[in-house]
Design a protein. Structure first.
Length: 357
């Protein structure tokens, strides 16, 4: 049934492309959008009306359930172009699986993987010229699912929209970031939705992030909600610390932390490089002690937007701890380069991570 639906995606192309309006050498992250978008509707218990059409505003009821009750989840991924013009996606099947985990937590319908992948594939094919061939640039892809039913009663909606649109982007962070360990506000709690890419997670983080930025910090290091003694994430990224000979990162056991696809990739590659890896609870105390005694060799965030965002300094209780200069860091530089080479097809993909359009 779903294959019959997927094989009949309606295509309505824009008559004139907007691509000539974009200066690909000077892209502002997330402000320019490609020509088309993919949409599918969930109604009467099934997916229907699959289409690719010109990127444009969408019409919603003032009683749209997502606006009132927050049933909205999303994903983020990128498309890369090599020198020969081939286009690659990095582990998109994992994004398809993860959006369904998020959807299940928010009582939303599953998106069949065939629908997700075929809509994504055809959209990128149509807008292939929008994938930058410039090193450091890519086409950011935003799939998202939200409740579209007109609804003021508090219950799961019965109508949803799944959409994908794209945006050419450059690097998310140009330089290493200064971060502060947050001990007042909390990002997530046990039993909550911290493991899901729910829109509300990001809304709740805006105020503490804004306060931190006003104090001179690009990002926060989130700690656990009950004691603020254990590290969870950094901003919108997973976080890793290279202490001594070991790469340490918070585990996912409490379901307060997103299971990052870049996170998993970095851990896999680090092990192959011979680095000892530990996924466990990471205390603020041990990280600060390592910063004090010089065993903290590296700290960095991992995520789709930045891939690897190296941390320049960590501030805790108004004391700033400087990390080693970026150019002498071995692990994050090596893994970052290796990931970029895999994503652009410059080295052999031994993990079957690359999906060629």
């Amino acid at each position: 049934m779903i294959m019959d639906i997927v094989s009949n995606i309606e295509i309505n192309k824009r008559e004139h492309s907007k691509i000539d309006q974009v200066d690909f050498e000077n892209i502002t992250f997330g402000k320019q959008f490609s020509d088309h978008m993919f949409t599918a509707d969930y109604k009467d218990g099934e997916w229907q009306n699959l289409r690719i059409e010109p990127y444009a505003p969408i019409q919603l009821s003032p009683a749209c359930a997502a606006i009132h009750y927050g049933q909205s989840v999303f994903e983020g991924m990128k498309a890369y172009k090599n020198e020969e013009g081939d286009i690659y996606l990095f582990r998109p099947e994992q994004n398809a699986k993860r959006i369904n985990k998020s959807a299940a937590r928010l009582c939303m319908p599953e998106i069949p993987e065939a629908l997700f992948m075929e809509g994504l594939k055809q959209l990128i094919e149509i807008d292939s010229d929008w994938v930058p061939a410039i090193e450091g640039c890519s086409l950011y892809i935003r799939p998202y699912l939200f409740a579209s039913e007109e609804l003021l009663g508090v219950r799961p909606a019965t109508e949803y929209k799944f959409m994908i649109f794209t945006s050419p982007v450059n690097a998310y962070y140009g330089d290493p970031v200064d971060v502060k360990i947050e001990t007042e506000f909390s990002r997530a709690t046990e039993g909550g939705v911290g493991f899901a890419k729910a829109a509300g997670n990001y809304a709740a983080a805006l105020l503490p992030a804004k306060i931190g930025q006003e104090q001179g910090y690009m990002q926060l290091i989130w700690t656990d909600a009950s004691s603020h003694e254990y590290i969870e994430e950094s901003g919108t990224m997973n976080i890793m610390f290279h202490i001594g000979d070991t790469l340490i990162t918070p585990n996912l056991n409490l379901k307060t932390t997103l299971a990052g696809i870049t996170r998993d990739s970095v851990l896999t590659l680090s092990k192959e490089l011979g680095v000892k890896v530990e996924e466990r609870r990471v205390s603020v105390k041990e990280v600060i002690e390592a910063a004090k005694n010089g065993t903290l060799k590296d700290a960095f965030g991992t995520g789709t937007a930045a891939t690897i965002a190296q941390i320049a300094s960590i501030t805790f209780e108004d004391v700033k701890y400087e990390l080693p200069a970026v150019d002498i860091r071995v692990l994050s530089n090596e893994v970052d380069q290796l990931l970029q080479d895999i994503k652009r097809g410059r080295v052999e993909d031994t993990h079957n991570w690359i999906y060629k359009i």
